[in-house]
Design a binder for this molecule. Sequence first.
Ligand code: PEP
Ligand code: MG
Length: 585
Amino acid sequence: MKLKKLKGKPASPGITSGKIVILDEDHLNIEDKNIHPENIDGEIEKLLRAIEITRKELIQIRNNVNKTIGIEKGAIFDTHIMFLQDKILLNRIIDKIKNTRKSADFVFYNEMKRIQNILENSKEEYIKDRALDIKDVKRRVIRNIQGISPRKFLFSNENVILVCYELTPSEAISLNKKNILGFVTELGGQTSHVAILARSLELPCVVGIPDLMKKIKPDDTLIIDGNRGEIIINPSSYVNEKYKKYKTDFEKHKIELEKITNLPCVTLDNKKIELSANIEIPEEVQSAISQGAYGIGLFRTEYIYLTKTDLPSEETQFKEYKTIVEKVAPNPVIIRTLDIGGDKFTRSLFHPKEENPFLGWRSIRICLDNPEIFKTQLRAILRASSFGKVKIMFPMISSFEELKKAKWILKQTATKLEKEKIPFDSNIEIGVMIEVPSAVIIAEHLAAEVDFFSIGTNDLVQYTLAADRGNYRVSHLYKFLQPAIIRMIKSIIETGHKKNIWVGMCGEMAGDPISTLLLLGLDIDELSVSPVALTKIKKILLNSRFSEAKLIAEKCLKLKTARQIENYLKKEMLKRFPDLITNYI
Ligand code: PEP
Ligand code: MG
């Protein structure tokens, strides 16, 4: 029989197998109903009442979650509650009910769907995943308008794998997880709530499996391989045995890696590397810390802007930053200022259509052109700095003037806070991302103005090699092991050190095990990687010698092609850490 294997995205590692429970798609019945003019007020009242009931439900869920799971998860519902309190959105819906004379559920549904579509169409996965928050709120309000109760999950006492089209945040959180072996969903990305939940429960999870619901039947059994992001439907006993072995190997390996989680990150010959985590949403902090991150080396702040209908206020931002900073204190959190643009556009304010968005109005350019938006964020970051250790990082700096201007706005903001007697860390470290080739060339001048550099290979590679990071047609050209890139990295680190500042890396290359020995040998001071990569990279660093890594880097610098460099590094890795570059771990 042909092996029925479906591929998705790996969302939480581990391997499990068992029977399944399928949750059907949660259909809302929305009719396009015309309302008699006399009943319009009644319709608006129905909407307001439903919003109020939903608000109370959400407050109750939030309070329960705060008590039982923790305030970090409860904060998801704060976002939902705030969304419901958005006056501009509410007035727009009321006006639409009045002007179109359509029913409250119909208008509310369409307005929410519109926002949901904007988020779903984003290329950024974590923004796409936030569409589910909108959907969650939409369903609750519609049910309360229509007076129907939410879908129920009926589980027996048997252990099962949960299979569904998607799981909203409130469903994911209020689920009885006792008998769940793992999660599999048709929709969703690595930052969806089901993925985050699975990681925090340490249960295997695969998301984003195309046509899953069509291909699976209620009496199927499944294997979830959360490491490779695939599931096997009705495996034969031979395949079952094979996966049992993978599972045993993986678990042994996990135990081994866990032993190093709390060790300081130092090589065998005593070179210290700061190993931190990149996060995109606050819910990721906990798993980053528990997987041994020293601090947060890149906090991407875009989600705050992209998941709100309005520009986030200083207070909203301050609270988000403060929560993270307090959790990580006394260790540092590097907060990167708004890096919107390129492919991260959703809000109408930031929506000019451009021929070349990656070469257009993005990131620091938008902030410098909108000093009020920029200052609001800087105030929030500075205020959060008095609750732990914060560092500010400016993205996409391509010239000296840009850095000076950004620093000048920061200075003005700090002076104003001082006058208002609002506390902040006046010695806050300032850094720039080195992700545009021009910044590499003028690194010497930039270094004189800042406390650190963080190399953003994701952009640096696309701008240097002229290969769009999101275009699959040129993905074979987009390679961080190209000699041009590793020479640039060498030059950035050397220039930084000459000017006595530390140099880190927060692009994806930092979390790629094949590159670790090379980066160590080039004398990098800090690596910031996605939380799942932390232990792998740490194991390599703890068991390597800086002196040997330097020789490896020297050899790489002599090679002429990315293929040669990659093969050489793979060979060196296979000699030292064969378990880390197999497919399963
Ligand atoms: C980078 O460009 O390497 C980076 C870390 O930033 P982003 O991926 O958010 O552009
Ligand atoms: Mg970047």
